[in-house]
Design a protein around this ligand. Structure first.
Ligand code: SF4
Length: 446
């Protein structure tokens, strides 16, 4: 058994965070001790993201620092995992030859074995060949106790994506869509609930099509079955793209009490011409229809969305369409990204990145300004209401307060005792900001 100290860091989406959790569980099971500073580690593992250039830049800079450390401690082991390993493995080997381990998006579960082998034999392992398939997914045998939060957890239900959005690197880094078997997902969820998890979030790049070729029933069946698991109070899921969504699915979401009234439905643009170039396969009107179904069938639903500004060819008029869509959609929150060209994507190959950076920046600011007014208005509208909040613990941003989430997934800050973490509390909302609510404790369960 090794007692080596390992430092792990993960960039990017929630699925990446969860992949890092899987690796951390494997390491802990094999006697590795986790440390919170890179300087004290014998092993540094970086789980990477390729969605934006910025995310990759951060990894290169971290690798530079790790390389300096290795000059002084040659036995330090350095590994790069995930999307960047998948996308630019040759660059990693060339630019950072001191890296010992490069494991792609479906190979990272071999990290422990590879680290041990490398210690014995030296050299380097580069493995990015394996792709998720029906008989292989890297999710098997999760150690459910190795997770950062005691009462909330994430569960990957599918990997990859069958869509081909022009700007997106996911089809290249994570491959075609593969769903985990229903029984497998339910078993993991049950084990998490047995270990104290009260809220689970199911993850998939395009979760509406979960189980589409399995003959086992899809997302709605998964939600309905998960809702019967003892001890599990809340279920969330993402990402619900506007395509592959039906009104009947919305009806079924709304009918399951434990499915929380929150949907993340990325719009990306409010211009049909831009959506077409993005290959998003829906129109603005269809997006709004999906939002309408959600509001009709899911009582009290809160909707969040993503937008990209400055996509190739986006004119002032196209952008104005996006701004107007934001105004009409009454979202509780919108995440806005400036278009960032990713090599290998269809957009990089076919469409010149022709919107000036200053224009992208101005559009980014304008959408944020529009959304901020709406977010604050929606938050203000619930002042005086009482919500059931699952208490996370001491707030990360307001240390004198506790924080938790209401059913619509907004953060709620309130005064209280840290021992309330993991319990449901009734909180009456008394104030708000753009991104969170503030309230007072009315009662808390025993
Ligand atoms: S739906 Fe589009 S944006 Fe989302 S992962 Fe698939 S290809 Fe990428």
């Amino acid at each position: 058994m090794s007692t080596r100290k390992v430092y792990t860091i993960s960039y990017g989406c929630q699925m990446n965070t969860l992949d890092a959790e899987l690796v951390r569980g494997d390491l802990a099971r094999n006697g590795y001790e986790h440390v919170s500073e890179m300087s004290g580690a014998d092993v540094i593992l970086v789980n990477t993201c390729s969605v934006r250039d910025h995310a990759e830049t951060k990894v290169w800079s971290l690798l530079g620092r790790a390389g300096q450390m290795k000059k002084e401690r040659p036995d330090l082991q350095i590994g790069v995992l995930g999307c960047m390993a998948q996308r630019v493995k040759d660059d990693i080997v060339k630019r950072a030859p001191y890296v010992d381990l490069v494991l792609g998006t479906a190979n990272f579960r071999s990290a422990v074995q590879d680290l041990e082998d490398l210690r014995r034999s030296g050299g380097r392992v580069v493995r990015t060949d394996r792709r998720p398939s029906a008989d292989f997914l890297p999710d098997a045998g999760r150690q459910v106790t190795a997770r950062p939060e005691r009462h909330r957890a994430w569960v990957t239900v599918m990997r990859g994506c069958d869509h081909a959005c022009a700007y997106c690197i996911v089809p290249f880094t994570r491959g075609r869509e593969v769903s985990r078997p229903l029984a497998d997902v339910l078993d993991e969820t049950r084990r998490l609930a047995d270990d104290g998890v009260r809220e689970v979030t199911f993850l998939g790049q395009n979760i509406n099509t979960y189980g589409k070729n399995s003959g086992e029933g899809g997302l709605c069946t998964l939600l309905e079955e998960a809702a019967t698991i003892q001890g599990l109070d809340r279920i969330r899921f993402l990402t619900s793209n506007p395509f592959d969504m039906t009104e009947d699915m919305m009806r079924r979401f709304g009918a399951v009490e434990r499915v929380m009234p929150w949907l993340h439905i990325p719009a990306q643009s409010g211009s049909d011409a831009v959506l077409k170039r993005m290959k998003r396969t829906y129109t603005v009107a269809q997006y709004e229809e999906v939002v309408g179904w959600a509001r009709t069938h899911i009582p009290g639903v809160e909707i969040t969305s993503d937008f990209i500004v400055g996509f190739p060819g986006e004119t002032d008029e196209d952008f104005e369409g996006t701004r107007r869509l934001v105004e009409r959609s009454e979202l509780v929150q919108a995440y806005v990204f400036k278009y960032s060209l990713r090599p290998q994507t269809q957009a990089a190959r076919r469409l010149p990145d022709d919107v000036r950076e200053s224009v992208k920046q101005a559009r980014n600011v304008a959408i944020h300004a529009t959304q901020d007014v709406i977010s604050e208005r929606r938050n203000r509208a619930v002042i005086g209401d009482t919500f059931q909040v699952l208490v996370d613990g001491v707030s990360r941003t307001r240390k004198e307060m506790l924080a938790g989430r209401e059913p619509g997934n907004r953060i709620v800050h309130f005064p209280g005792d840290a021992s309330m973490a993991g319990r449901m509390a009734e909180i009456r909302i008394t104030a708000c900001g753009k991104h969170s609510l503030v309230g007072e404790l009315e009662s808390v369960e025993d």
